[in-house]
Design a protein around this ligand. Structure first.
Ligand code: HEC
Ligand code: HEC
Length: 266
């Protein structure tokens, strides 16, 4: 009896430790996440100040990577559309080992977030943002709210929630805007808005993260995007598809000719 009881005791003791570790490991990421992600909107004026005094020396005041060869170009759409602010924050914190990109761990956490968010202003050019504002206020504000906070419809994405926005990529947003989100109220826009208009709305959405939006002084260069191949789209519009179509037509003509010849020879 005693032995069994003793066994049970040690077992429940072990169980307690295991369940304690289990519970902790469940909550640890939440604690980490709530500590790591910002809750307050970003400050453009602070981001700009930090950038100009710490980063412009290599990345250029316009963020185009023009000063040091190999420094990241934040105006390049192809590079920017698969990035998010969390990636930038981590690079600013740790640097890129083996390259000229140094660590800025000496900056405070809010300073690192502000400068990471500021990098997007090189991508959200002025023309696109103004275009995007018109498109957004006309088509999207009814659900997502005039200020992007999702106040129009319960469940509509809140673009002012920076802790959510820092892990979002422009390309994912573009796809959602184009195709809608199945099973939700978010409709597809690819038939009613051009590709440029959809990108412009995504760029405008990005500006809801700043608390001092009036301070935006975007680059005036209009940036355009390369077409993202439509998933399951019109294959015959592509070069390889065209070749297949042409070869099929030639083959059909040859077969018809041979068939006709055979008929005549009978
Ligand atoms: C001494 C030059 C130098 C300075 C100063 C510098 N950078 Fe960089 N940065 C680079 C280089 C070079 C790279 C490219 C590294 C690579 O090849 O991956 C880079 C890359 C980056 C990237 C990586 C983008 C990506 O996802 O690949 C970010 C973000 C960045 N820098 C932000 C900053 C910020 C913000 C500052 C100022 C706080 C700054 N940099 C200061 C040289 C610099
Ligand atoms: C009828 C309401 C409605 C309208 C109009 C609407 N949305 Fe949405 N949108 C939603 C809802 C609801 C969601 C959240 C869907 C979910 O639960 O994932 C959403 C999500 C999104 C997302 C997040 C997608 C993601 O990948 O998580 C983006 C970006 C977005 N909308 C952009 C737009 C843009 C741009 C417009 C206008 C061109 C627009 N929406 C118009 C209801 C709407």
């Amino acid at each position: 009896m005693n032995i069994i009881w003793g066994n049970n005791m040690s077992c429940s003791g072990k169980m307690w430790i295991i369940s304690c570790i289990f519970t902790f490991s469940l909550f640890f990421p939440i604690v980490l996440a709530s500590g790591a992600y910002p809750v307050e909107k970003f400050s453009l004026s602070s981001g700009r100040e930090i950038f100009n005094s710490n980063c412009a020396g290599c990345h250029g005041e316009k963020g185009d990577g023009s000063v040091l060869k190999g420094a990241f170009n934040f105006t390049d759409n192809e590079l920017m559309r698969t990035k998010n602010s969390s990636i930038f924050f981590n690079v600013v914190t740790n640097g890129v080992p083996g390259t000229a990109m140094p660590s800025f761990g000496k900056l405070s956490t809010p300073q690192r977030w502000d400068v990471a968010a500021y990098l997007w202003t090189f991508w959200t050019d002025k023309v696109a943002v103004e275009d995007g504002r018109n498109i957004y206020q006309k088509n999207c504000a009814s659900c997502h709210g005039t200020n992007g906070d999702g106040s129009g419809l319960l469940g509509a994405f809140d673009f002012a929630n920076v802790s959510k926005m820092v892990t979002e990529e422009p390309e994912v947003f573009f796809r959602s805007v184009s195709n809608g989100i199945n099973g939700t109220a978010m409709p597809p826009w690819k038939d009613s808005l051009s590709e440029d208009e959809r990108w412009d709305s995504v760029k405008y959405i990005w500006t809801f993260q700043f608390k001092d939006n009036s301070q935006l002084n975007h680059s005036s260069v209009k940036t355009t995007f390369d077409e993202i191949p439509p998933t399951g789209g019109i294959w015959y519009d592509k070069p390889a598809g065209m070749v297949i179509v042409v070869i099929s037509i030639i083959l059909a003509v040859v077969v018809l000719y041979l068939f006709g010849k055979g008929m005549r020879e009978r």
